[in-house]
Ligand binder design. Structure first.
Ligand code: IVH
Length: 662
């Protein structure tokens, strides 16, 4: 009786949570939900014999973490090789057919999410991890518990690890973005980024509110049967996964006919827009596990499968007008205002046009029908115009003669391809972009000073340069629109604490052309004080690793300008720290490049990188002839093999520590 009651509550709560988070159409009030939840919790506490890890009370009960633990995958999590055309796909298929004549393929959608592994012991979900680099991932067990379609217990006491793709359903993505827009928060770029960001939340309660879902597509380790047998085919694998309670992809086809493979890809492509989740291609894999064994594995991808990637989605829309933005260095950038179109998961109504050359080369006119797509799936861009669709009402675009912000005449820079600049040093647009940069995360990192507040401060004559930030008082800001006493106070303390950011950040904040975070750190490491940087010569500067003549010249030029010297002096006078905070770097590893692979016994990847960089060494992501040392740990993969092939020196953590002199 109690047992039935508990089970009914669990079923109902799961159902209502899904209606709420996934479909945004709750049929009961939050209060009713909370009451049901509380009742279930009470019944479970009073009747511990009916405990179940599948219960909604267990899924969302995790405590926030400080950081994620690391998980070394016992079986490497490979990725797939991509093909971008039917020709490439045919070549792949023909290659496989040579090894296995008449090979049967399984063809299914490629889910655009992130790869995870789920480990079960004795039929109980014990650990979930992200793919990471395929060898080591992050332990996101608590967060994965909140994904309702991951069974916490299997119907049989099996020991196994499965692999799947976590994704955010489109409906959830749109609902969350609509809410963010209403709250004035930055929008998430696409469902994949949103899923990745949601799974990497330290607080599982946040992940729980993101309605993530999963498809599972293979067994990584262990047997899905009590008798230790392995499935014979992908089809059998998916059927068994489904029996065990996992969600598996639909729109699958099994065939040995290349033409049918391609036909099915087209069918999936045609259905793409109407699926409730994003897909970015179609996976074609050998169906029989024995065929997979015959064909074998490459260094980091199997040779028995290929991912056909869809070309980026393109849409046509109207270029309604062009807005000119003035950047931090005064460059005028044209931005297209488009009739809104749905593109790869979001509504696009703006795209950069880069500069005048870009517009001329593509022959773009105001009022044109243009094709747009998202570069790297994120940044909208105009691909081309369609002059054949013109009706004569289109007009040629001209760059303005005067700066749209300060109305001073603009200057055509002959050195830079079609760059048009405002050279007025007190142009308000340049000032606000400069201050946005000054306060940004990698620079002085001042929280609570968004573009709108900056504009208000400038409009109200409260600041004329970044140095003025340090003489702002709470009384000055609290009367501004959207500000209150409390937020004004917070802002002033954020400004105050930024004073101790250190020379590294200050140099970045100054906005010296060609000096970003990395160069700023190198400068600070070498010269230690702002004064020393200001009096450095081009010769002193090119002596720094990776500093070319252009960077050196732009630093010297910057510090020779009267206005910049005054700015530095005012910052110093305001009490902004002008000394380096990071330890003086050693140059023991100057000129050496290291590559890290596998899991080191005591250092995390970040710690090892920091140690190497502190000695003046570089850390690269892949092995080449230029690599000086590969630092290899446990379960090192393809990078180690490559190092051996190229004869690159291989060391372990102890050797690294010895070289540093520990
Ligand atoms: S099969 C050896 N099937 O795509 C890899 N992968 O680089 C076996 N993915 O990270 C994976 N949908 O997580 C397979 N239907 C599908 C998939 C799929 C998405 C992911 C996978 C991997 C990436 C390929």
């Amino acid at each position: 009786m109690i047992k039935e009651k508990i089970e009914k509550l669990r079923r109902e709560l799961t159902h209502h949570a899904k209606l709420y988070y996934v479909y945004d159409s709750p049929v009961i009030s939050d209060y009713e939900y909370d009451m049901m939840f509380a009742e279930l919790k009470r019944l479970e506490e009073e009747n511990p014999e009916f405990f179940s890890p599948d219960s909604p009370t267990q899924r969302v009960g995790g405590k926030p973490l400080d950081k994620f633990g690391k998980v070394t995958h016992t079986a490497r999590m490979d990725s797939l090789s991509d093909v971008f055309s039917y020709d490439e796909l045919r070549t792949f298929i023909e290659g496989a057919q040579k090894t296995v004549p008449g090979i049967t393929w399984s063809v299914e959608p490629k889910i655009d999410g992130l790869s995870v592994s789920l480990r079960y012991e004795n039929g109980v979900f014990v650990q979930g991890a992200t793919r990471g680099d395929g060898v080591t991932g992050e332990d996101v067990t608590q967060n994965l518990r909140t994904v309702f379609s991951i069974p916490m217990t299997l119907p049989e006491p099996l020991d196994l690890t499965v692999r799947g793709e976590v994704y955010m359903p489109r409906a959830v993505f749109e609902r969350i973005n609509a809410k963010r827009e209403a709250d004035g928060k930055a929008l998430m770029a696409n469902p994949r980024n949103a899923a990745a960001g949601s799974l990497r939340q330290l607080d599982p309660a946040i992940t729980a509110s993101r309605g993530l879902d999963i498809f599972v597509f293979n067994f990584q380790e262990g047997s899905p049967y009590g008798d230790g047998r392995a499935p014979e085919s992908h089809t059998e694998t998916l059927d068994r996964l489904s029996d065990l309670g996992f969600s598996v992809v639909s729109m699958r086809l099994k065939t040995n006919d290349t033409a049918k493979v391609i036909e099915h890809i087209k069918k999936i492509g045609a259905a793409r827009d109407n699926l409730p989740y994003d897909i970015d291609g179609v996976v074609v894999k050998a169906d029989l596990i024995s065929d997979r064994r015959t064909i074998g594995e490459g260094t980091s991808t199997p040779k028995w499968a290929a991912a056909y990637k869809f070309p980026p989605e393109e849409k046509q829309t109207r270029l309604e007008s062009i807005t000119i933005n003035v950047g931090r260095t005064g460059v005028l950038t044209p931005t297209a205002n488009l009739a809104p179109v749905r593109l790869a998961g979001t509504t696009v109504s703006r795209a950069t046009l880069h500069n005048l050359d870009f517009i001329r080369q593509r022959g773009i006119m105001l009022g044109d029908l243009v094709t747009v797509r998202k570069a790297g799936d994120i940044i909208p861009e105009v691909v081309c115009a369609h002059p054949e669709k013109r009706d004569g009402s289109e007009t040629e675009f001209r760059m303005p003669d005067r700066c749209p912000s300060c109305n001073e005449p603009v200057y055509y820079d002959p050195d830079e391809a079609a760059a048009v600049r405002c050279t007025n040093l007190s142009c308000p647009a340049q000032l606000s972009r400069g201050i946005e940069h000054f306060v940004s995360k990698g620079a002085m990192n001042i929280d609570g000073l968004g573009p709108q507040i900056i504009d208000l401060l400038i409009e109200n004559d409260l600041i004329k340069s970044s140095a003025d930030l340090y003489s702002l008082r709470a009384e000055d800001v609290q009367n501004l629109e959207r500000m209150g006493e409390k937020s004004a106070q917070n802002l002033i303390s954020a400004i105050e604490s930024s004073k101790s950011a250190g020379l590294e950040r200050l140099l970045c904040a100054l906005g010296i052309p060609n000096v970003g975070e990395v160069a700023a750190e190198a400068l600070a490491a070498k010269f230690r004080t702002l004064d020393a940087c200001m009096s450095a010569t081009e010769d002193d500067l090119v002596a720094i690793n990776d500093f070319g003549e252009i960077t050196a010249r732009s630093i010297v030029t910057f510090f020779s300008r009267e206005s910049n010297i005054e700015l530095c002096n005012r910052l110093k006078a305001a009490g902004v720290m002008t000394e380096a905070v990071k330890e003086a770097a050693s140059d023991k590893f100057a000129g050496l490049t290291f590559v890290l692979t596998g899991t080191l016994p005591s250092l995390s990847r970040d710690e090892a990188s920091e140690m190497i960089k502190a000695q003046g060494g570089k850390v690269a992501g892949s092995v080449s002839k230029k690599t000086s040392y590969v630092v290899a740990g446990e379960a090192a993969g393809s990078k180690l093999t490559k190092a051996q092939q190229l004869g690159v020196k291989i060391i372990d953590e102890n050797e690294l520590r010895r070289m540093i002199g520990e």
